[in-house]
Ligand binder design. Structure first.
Ligand SMILES: [Zn+2]
Length: 90
């Protein structure tokens, strides 16, 4: 179990590493997905993600943050996800 504070700290570390800025983080239950992002820089995560393991959380965080650079799920987007997840932030 991860606390919201720990989770937010991780999002901050990842955003620094990736070089993108976000404005706000919200936690809200979502039916079909774990996270979403808005073009205004708002990130939303389903609070149940706090019960998932760190790898799962990182995948979701990196995915959403990279959408601030790539608004689609194209080849480059997927390559960047793999690149960052391989490197990690530890
Ligand atoms: Zn996506």
């Amino acid at each position: 179990m991860t606390t919201k504070e720990e989770f937010i700290e991780r999002v901050e570390k990842w955003s620094t590493k990736i070089g993108v800025n976000y404005k706000e983080i919200h936690f809200r239950h979502m039916k079909r997905k774990w996270a979403s992002c808005s073009t205004r820089g708002r990130l939303t995560f389903d609070p149940e993600i706090l019960e998932k393991d760190r790898n799962f959380q990182d995948k979701s965080i990196v995915h959403e943050l990279l959408h601030f650079r790539y608004p689609n799920h194209g080849k480059m987007f997927k390559q960047m996800i793999n690149l960052f997840l391989n490197e990690g932030i530890e």
